[in-house]
Design a protein around this ligand. Structure first.
Ligand SMILES: [Zn+2]
Length: 412
């Protein structure tokens, strides 16, 4: 099999897709189900059809482009990612996995390879949480990780329900039909930019992902008592912000003392009410995001945070409410798919590193219904979700080549 990636065509397709955007270049903004996103989807479907793939779309807008194998009844091998982009993002996040996946299939076809299992390109709806406040909407529904009722309750910030937005985008099918039947896929591989600095620092062009970390996110509200900054003396205070400060440090401490480098915790939002220089903070709203590759270890940080609350609330006479917004379980990648990727690297004499995915991806949810792994390529400085996000044509083509090799192994 003589696999050749058409690098120039792949890079020019990435440029064309980047131009379908609501932001000034080089920035890319493509929010799910906006006219711009719909235009990008139509363009992409046309590219898939041009390649001879059979394209279908489910009720949430996940796109499936299939190359039928010689045993069409056998479970398919799948690859893909997303094309939605947060405001002011870059060209490569998600897109490399979609257009790279398409080029991998075209390269296999050109090489004369004919698969036994069908190979399917998957383009997931709304990987980014921008519009509906929840990431990986398409893959959550595909994998049955999100109840349909909960999906129906989602709305965008502008007061439109997800159901209305979806139907305005021409998607009127039954969401109950989105979940894939058991055993639908034999394997799933997602090619993606690393969105971190490890590969670049190690001067290694490829990362085979062994674990995908997952966040638990929480909203924390601390209720104290307000008052005049001059009038209320220190012994009488119930300052919500001072309590929040103690809790933030307790969360940091719990993550630092987990004993594992993979445990991370972040308080990224701190809203203070009423927010005046001469007023004691009566209420504080915090966010907490706790991630790990190990579920037990991550949940023990959540417990440590909860334990920290009672002494703080007793000492400072404040009430602390924690609302768990979501807590997806981390995933371990499937040894068969990790092996297929590692062997592909060896066959092509490419250096690679086993690596942890610290951001989460559609692959996290796909791992619940199919043996799954990911392949990372470097991105400059580890930057992502910003206009100067960059992956070199060489790295993109190399990742696509390894993906094609692995898809061949998994589907032959
Ligand atoms: Zn992504």
């Amino acid at each position: 099999m003589n696999l050749e990636i058409d690098r120039d065509r792949l890079i020019s397709e990435i440029e064309v897709l980047a131009a379908i955007s609501d932001a000034e270049p080089p920035a890319v903004t493509r929010i799910v189900f906006t006219p711009t996103d719909l235009k990008a989807r139509a363009w992409l479907r046309a590219r898939c059809e041009e390649a001879g793939l059979v394209v279908r779309q489910d009720a949430i807008g996940n796109i499936f482009a299939r190359w039928s194998g010689s045993d069409p009844a056998a479970p398919a091998v799948s690859t893909g990612s997303h094309i939605d982009a947060i405001p002011n993002a870059g060209k490569y996040d998600g897109v490399v996995g979609v257009l790279g996946g398409l080029e991998a299939m075209r390269a296999l076809w050109r090489s004369g390879f004919r698969p036994t299992n069908s190979i399917e390109l998957l383009v997931f709806t709304s990987e980014e949480p921008t519009r509906f406040g929840l990431g990986c909407l398409g893959s959550r529904l595909l994998s049955g990780s999100l109840p349909v009722e909960a999906a129906k309750r989602l709305n965008d910030g502008d007061g439109k329900s997800m159901e209305d937005v979806r139907s305005n985008a021409g998607l009127r099918g039954d969401l109950e039909q989105v979940k894939l039947p058991d055993g639908y896929y034999k394997a799933f591989v997602e090619l993606h930019i690393e969105q971190g600095p490890v590969l670049e620092r190690q001067q290694t062009p490829l990362g085979v992902v062994t674990n995908i970390a997952a966040p638990a996110s929480m909203k924390i509200v601390i209720e104290g008592a307000g008052g005049h900054a001059g009038g209320v003396l220190m012994p009488d205070r119930r300052d919500a912000l001072c309590a929040a400060a103690e809790l933030i440090l307790a969360i940091e401490n719990a993550a630092r003392s987990s004993g594992a480098v993979d445990t991370v915790a972040t308080v990224g939002i701190c809203e203070v009410f009423p927010g005046a220089v001469n007023s004691i903070p009566s209420r504080v709203r915090l966010s907490a995001d706790i991630r790990d590759t190990d579920l037990e270890r991550r949940d023990s940080v959540i417990k440590a945070m909860e334990y920290a609350c009672s002494p703080i609330s007793a000492k400072r006479k404040v009430a602390i409410h924690i609302e768990l917004l979501n807590a997806d379980a981390p995933a371990q990648c499937a040894p068969t798919v990790v092996e297929a990727l590692s062997n592909a690297c060896r066959r092509q004499q490419q250096k690679f590193l086993p690596i942890v995915s610290r951001a989460y991806h559609d692959a996290l949810f796909m791992s619940r219904i199919a043996p799954t792994a990911m392949l990372f390529i470097p991105c400059r400085g580890g930057y992502s979700h910003r206009p100067d996000e960059y992956a070199s044509p060489e790295d993109i083509a190399r990742g696509t080549l390894i993906l094609a090799e692995a898809l061949a192994t998994l589907s032959e």
